[in-house]
Design a protein around this ligand. Sequence first.
Ligand SMILES: *Cc1c(COP(=O)(O)O)cnc(C)c1O
Length: 386
Amino acid sequence: MTHLECGACGAEHDASRLHNLCTACGKPLLPRYDLAAAGRTLTRDSLRSRRSDLWRYAEVLPVADPANIVSLGEGSTTLVRASRLGDGLGCKHLYIKDEAGNPTQSFKARGMAVAVSRARELGVSKVAAPSAGNAAGALAAYAARAGIEAYLFMPRDTPRANIIETSFTGAHVRLVDGLITDCGAEVARGKDAEGWFDVSTLKEPYRVEGKKTLGYELAEQLDWRLPDVIVYPTGGGTGLIGMWKAFAEMEELGWIGSERPRMISVQADSCAPIVRAFESGARFAEEFPNAATVASGLRVPKAIGDFLILDALRESRGAAVAVTDAELIEGAREIARLEGIFACPEGGACVPAVRQLVATGMIGADDRVVIFNTAAGVKYLDTYTQ
Ligand SMILES: *Cc1c(COP(=O)(O)O)cnc(C)c1O
């Protein structure tokens, strides 16, 4: 890693110091690497003999000393061919990237493993974050393993599994009457007085680096030919932004060409700030009023990385689509019925999204399409039995 660069104004920041947002403009910072140097040891062939978790991409991750890595074996999840589901949707080459296989049963583990490792490297002793649920569970787990104190703020109606798994680690849990944005405000209010490092997604430069490994893995699993379409259930958008960054890095490493998948954001229609901004042509998304959806990971009324999500959707000639709560729950049932995967509601949202996109011609029958099951269905028993 050479430095941190602002995703909006391009200002450069010293990566050896702790940072949250860009001090010049208040937008997210993204790590940059000397990719020519990285590529001397990190090659496509070299991956075959490396460890299987996401730390196999060490040269393009921010942790300098391997002794600081805090790992539970995150990453390297399966990419499942979903032929039966695909047949029903009119999509011959459909794949599910099943992120339930991660530690803490959600893909938040990718980001938190990297953020906590780097925080430890920089001497952090207390971390705090707002969470819709899975981020709290993952941050609490990695903080516990690192011996770092964690303070988590979640909406009171967060799935019970998330609250219990977080509490079990001994993390400090506060339930807030409000949305994740209200939880974020609590972190902002307390952090200076309490000495917390704020690990809110994209207000800290390293969670996105963990999530970008989704992009590296997909390329390798598809034999270095990226899919035609990526359908991503979008809350803060960290995974989508991360994959887009990974594709650029892999092109610079000479691993792939300039072709890119069409990037699609799926949101719940009752919390669809990105869909609204995409449709109106806006560069930034307005806060979505009265946000509410059973897909807790998608209950993000305002994303700090909104412009990075929208840039990727537009540059890739992708789209943003909204689905109803009833449709996304039914989508999760279809994934279970046809592919045997007990998916989370956010993963379920990808199914009606693909159906819409096939109907409008945005997805062709021969396109290679990847959808994500971002967490395990068992974490949502209260949602599924309502
Ligand atoms: C956080 C989360 C999402 C949204 O991920 P972002 O990268 O923040 O957009 C989707 N699904 C689940 C299960 C999540 O926990």
